[in-house]
Design a protein around this ligand. Sequence first.
Ligand SMILES: Nc1ncnc2c1ncn2[C@@H]1O[C@H](COP(=O)(O)OP(=O)(O)O)[C@@H](O)[C@H]1O
Ligand SMILES: [Mg+2]
Length: 340
Amino acid sequence: MSFNLFAAEEEALAKARSLGKRLEADAPDCVAEFNALIAAFERSTREQQRLVRVSDRLQGQLNDANRELERRRTEAEAALDRLREAQEAMVQSEKLASLGALVAGVAHEINTPVGIAVSCASHLADATAAMRRRAEEGELSKGDFARYLGTAIDTTDLILGNCERAAQLIAGFKQVAVDRASAVRRRVNLAAYIQDTLVSLQPKLRPAGHGVAVTCPGDLELDCYPGVLSQILSNLVMNALTHAFADGRDGDMAVVVDQPAPDMVRLCFTDTGRGMSEEHRSRVFEPFFTTRRGRGGSGLGLHIVHNLVVGVLKGTIAVDSAVDRGTSFTLLFPRCTPED
Ligand SMILES: Nc1ncnc2c1ncn2[C@@H]1O[C@H](COP(=O)(O)OP(=O)(O)O)[C@@H](O)[C@H]1O
Ligand SMILES: [Mg+2]
């Protein structure tokens, strides 16, 4: 390449040299000066050739560096993709884990009414068998019959009442679980829905002795993805139990709902627990930020809450907290979720 580039210079030099030969005969007094000029031109041409070689080498190095940079960029992008996939998988498993907790809650809550119904039914069966024996033996008195009637009426009342309670619980849970798993859009009464969700959390709330006071207009109807609301609420409650009231600290929670504008809903979840420092408060929505790493914390709970509020409910969420002063999360979202 440098050869071609300097062909004109080489040609000029050759011409100058033959001109120099003619000068030796025609103008000998100019020869020394002319030769000096030729030498200077030669030096300058060589210097230029050297510079071109240096520049070629630098260009080559630059190309290598660019290729290396490109390779590393591709590598970094692939790593980022893998990280996103891993994060997505963890978000999914956190969702499943909370669905699992919900199912465990259902089983626990339903145990009591079903248990009572079963023992009442077995008591009734025993009493009925005893009646039959007495009747077969011809020893049935009026008193026996009256007592049996009393038992039958009491136990059937208990069986019915407890079966109804179980059916109600199942209906409430079914709705919450289906919404949670399937992200169906529908109309819901917010106050009733908050209650259903809190009932499913009772097994966690009761042993710890923390109450959740709910203040919500009874006639507030939402048209939204209610499973998302239930997921958000249970993440906030579980966080209060594990972080705000850690180590047996007492305190309570409150959910307060109001409407700052006719088509907007504001839901405030507050705990009176131990709060957080400003440094932690500013990072709570970051994925994987947890102060309980290695002790059951994934750091995804509030990240999921944030994504659900912003991505699904099309709202905003803010957190306010101070050490020893409790924490409050304020969600603001449209009453009817807009479609994208
Ligand atoms: N109600 C709360 N009171 C005090 N700290 C909280 C509360 N909720 C969340 N935090 C803090 O925010 C962090 C992130 O919460 P989260 O994203 O749910 O992750 P994890 O619960 O797995 O730690 C927690 O580790 C905790 O330090
Ligand atoms: Mg959490």
